[in-house]
Design a protein around this ligand. Structure first.
Ligand SMILES: Nc1ncnc2c1ncn2[C@@H]1O[C@H](COP(=O)(O)OP(=O)(O)OP(=O)(O)O)[C@@H](O)[C@H]1O
Length: 327
């Protein structure tokens, strides 16, 4: 395979701030690469280094040449902040941006891609925040690029719109477009990316397929049961477990063994209300590598604030008790 993007030892320093501290990566043609990491980690700076819009040290090549020398029609990019003229309609904006290229896709096709056909004739300023973001994504698609660089493309877009955009990105990648995106949504990275890179303090601290990252850093599966069981129940189980606030969490239970845990509760005379088994995912990887958990709303909280870490006790394989924060 050929690399569409190669970065070697890329550094960018702003005054006293080292935004990028020696980042190296390669993105194969046709792959989707998702860059994740906390606020201020350097994601936007790396995007700008790859596009050649910031003066970084190190080597960057895009399709084998310096980013500034790549044929413009081959590149599509969406900056994190983008304010197009507010008193143009979605259709006019896409027409305008398409006019910057010798050959552009039909505006109707791009409107359809981003789900704006029905609102095509509304002024940009009258669209909702999520609809505006879709217009912005559309501007990156007008030239049918070979490499699409998207800085937080789905921020502000509602769940249905986000899923529609995920399908679009999957279709584009299936058609051979290389996609480099940044995101704070772990589900987005997990679903779309062939490779995920985790940037922290300007360094790429992990880079692999979502499955490999989850296997290496995701931790165990979890069986969570709302129950009135006594704390001693954790000693009756064949798996590491903790009980806190009426919630029993059992780690590493294969799905076919869930019945054994339920039977142990029955034997102990405990009742239970709900049973939930979850496999580790990219959010667990993020938690493990950054110490920040991702909440349902997409916000991050420090590890010490997570419910399991707060006062929960866990029985480990050797029978010793550890707080959840030590997981
Ligand atoms: N033009 C600039 N001048 C000075 N400092 C900058 C500039 N751009 C970025 N920085 C600093 O570089 C660091 C990385 O910023 P960057 O915007 O790349 O992070 P990010 O990972 O994209 O963050 P976020 O998730 O919040 O968008 C931050 O400390 C930021 O304050």
């Amino acid at each position: 395979m050929t690399a569409a993007v190669v970065a070697e030892d890329v550094r960018r320093v702003y005054g006293d701030t080292t935004a990028l501290d020696g980042v190296s990566l390669a993105v194969e043609e046709g792959d989707v690469f998702a860059l994740i990491g906390p606020n201020g980690a350097g994601k936007t700076t790396l995007v700008r280094a790859l596009l050649g819009t910031t003066d970084a040290e190190g080597d960057v090549t895009v399709f084998g040449t310096a980013p500034q020398q790549v044929e413009r029609a081959r590149l599509g990019s969406l900056p994190q902040s983008f304010d197009p003229p507010a008193r143009l309609t979605a259709r006019e904006l896409l027409d305008y941006y398409g006019g910057l290229y010798d050959e552009a896709r039909s505006v109707e096709a791009v409107l359809d891609d981003v789900g704006l056909t029905d609102d095509a004739d509304t002024w940009y300023e009258k669209l909702s925040g999520g609809q505006q973001r879709r217009v912005c994504v559309g501007t990156a698609l007008v030239n049918g690029p070979d490499l699409l660089v998207l800085d937080e493309p789905t921020t502000g877009i509602d769940p249905a719109g986000r899923r529609a955009l995920w399908r679009l990105i999957e279709d584009l990648a299936a058609g051979g477009t290389t996609v480099f995106l940044t995101t704070h949504y772990m589900a987005e990275a997990e679903r779309l990316a062939d490779e995920v890179g985790l940037l922290a303090d300007g360094k790429l601290v992990a880079r692999d397929s979502p499955d490999a990252l989850i296997a290496d850093h995701g931790g165990e599966s979890r069986l969570v049961i709302d129950t009135d069981a006594e704390p001693a129940i954790t000693g009756d189980l064949d798996y590491p477990a903790e009980l806190a606030d009426g919630q029993l969490t059992v780690y590493d239970v294969p799905p076919e063994e869930i019945g054994e845990i339920v039977a142990a509760l029955d034997v102990a005379g405990a009742t239970y209300e709900s049973i939930n088994w979850t496999e580790p995912d990219l959010e667990d990887v993020y938690l493990d590598l950054t110490g920040q958990a991702v909440t349902a709303s997409g916000e991050t909280v420090s590890r010490g604030e997570t419910p399991l870490a707060d006062g929960g006790q866990r029985t480990d394989w050797d029978g010793s008790k550890t707080g959840g924060a030590d997981r």
